[in-house]
Write a protein that binds this ligand. Structure first.
Ligand SMILES: Cc1ncc(COP(=O)(O)O)c(C=O)c1O
Length: 390
């Protein structure tokens, strides 16, 4: 059983992740590993289609719809507000290209964005008369909100930010940001790639216009599955960039009439089985109890931070409090290359972190299947580095 208040049977959970026998895997923030039972269910769904061919199309679509339902329920969204995508980046691109951009409009981005956000927005400014402004994510919600207020201009059309930063693990005060923007008529896009599966999400309550995410990180679901949430009353703010079978139908006048749901952003043949796997992984989480998983992740994160912060010479870039952060902790050792540290830990000690170039450091993801023993091992490996820090 577990050593924390979650009551989870950690040995049974670890048996679902054979990777833990070979490596201390602290990189769920890049790629979540699916439990064996979920991977098997996903493959079975994919195989079902191969066995039945076009005959199985209807069943495949039903599986996909069940994946959508499960996802919508998990996110406290309506199923009509969920467009199924391949990844979080798809959602960013649909918003960047779909918002009717007017000359001189400005987008306000946080200073800690992943290329999935930065590249599409930068590319937009290369093709249109558009400007990007940035604001710093603070160590507290108040600081972040102050930075947002100071960075808004009369030309700000849309604010786009990670809900959880992939750089530092900071959690942005999404609800407060959405309210601030809404009262000024500014659209919001949240990138939840690092938020979905880390803590409870209620997208209706957050109140943003668009929220993109994936199922292949903290949700531990099939790779190549994601979603774009489009708030019902914001649907007409976005024009579909790609259209095709599934997007809508011909109107009486012969024009294309897009669906009146977020499915208008979907088109063409899909890998239906993968979305069946989305349902399977969400059921797996419910079987454990997601709240218990959150307790576990918070416990491991606190356990790690207590020890990491106690190491002399190590700089921790993540807020100490769980509410202002997530199960990702970024640190660096002044004078020690983050890349070298990463390689030594991976190649010599079978510990997998993720390099964070922005701070010349590394990020540690503490997922439900990690253990205190793995953290102790990591900390003991960091001792010599801490001593050499200058
Ligand atoms: C904040 C953030 N957004 C987006 C992505 C990219 O997600 P996807 O590959 O699903 O597009 C990542 C991946 O690390 C991320 O950390």
């Amino acid at each position: 059983m577990s050593t924390d208040a979650s009551g989870l049977d950690i040995s049974a959970i670890r048996a679902q992740f054979p990777i833990v026998e070979r490596i201390a895997y602290f990189n769920t923030g890049t790629a979540g590993v699916s439990p064996l039972s979920v991977a098997a269910a996903t493959w079975a769904d994919m195989q079902a289609f191969e066995l039945d061919g076009e005959h199985g199309w209807g069943a495949g679509c039903e599986r996909m719809e069940r994946g959508r339902e499960a996802l919508a329920a998990l996110l406290s969204a309506q199923r009509e507000e969920i467009a199924l995508t391949r990844n979080a980046t798809d959602g960013v691109n649909l918003v960047v290209e779909g918002v009717g951009w007017r000359d001189g409009d400005e987008a306000l981005l946080s200073a800690e964005e992943h290329p999935s956000m930065l590249f599409p927005w930068t590319y937009l400014t290369q093709r249109r008369d558009a400007k990007l402004n940035r604001f710093d994510l603070g160590m507290t919600p108040e600081e972040t909100l102050g930075n947002v207020r100071a960075a808004l201009t009369p030309r700000t059309r849309l604010l786009a930010t990670s809900h959880v930063s992939s750089v530092t693990g900071k959690r942005a005060p999404a609800k407060e940001i959405a309210a601030l923007c809404r009262e000024r008529g500014i659209l919001t896009l949240f990138d939840g790639a690092q938020a979905v599966g880390q803590f409870p999400l209620d997208l209706g309550d957050i109140g943003g216009d668009f929220y993109t995410g994936n199922c292949h990180k903290w949700l531990l679901g099939p790779k190549g599955t994601g979603f774009l949430y489009v708030r019902r009353d914001s649907l007409d703010e976005l024009t579909p960039t790609f259209v095709g079978a599934g997007t809508g139908h011909f109107s009486d006048e012969g024009g294309l009439e897009p669906l009146d749901t977020a499915s208008r952003f979907e088109y063409g043949t899909r890998d239906f089985g993968r979305y069946g796997g989305v349902e399977a992984v969400i059921e797996w989480h419910h079987g454990l109890g997601m709240d218990r998983e959150f307790v576990r992740m918070r416990h491991l994160t606190d356990y790690l931070r207590d020890r990491l912060c106690a190491l002399d010479g190590i700089t921790v870039h993540t807020p100490r409090s769980w509410e202002d952060s997530s199960a990702m902790t970024t640190f660096s050792v002044p004078g020690v290359s983050g890349v070298e540290l990463f390689h030594e830990l991976r190649e010599d000690h079978a510990v997998k972190l993720r390099i964070v170039g922005e701070v010349d450091g590394n990020r540690i993801s503490t997922a439900v299947f990690n253990t205190e023993e793995e953290i102790d091992r990591l900390i003991s490996l960091l001792h010599p580095y801490a001593k050499t820090a200058n």
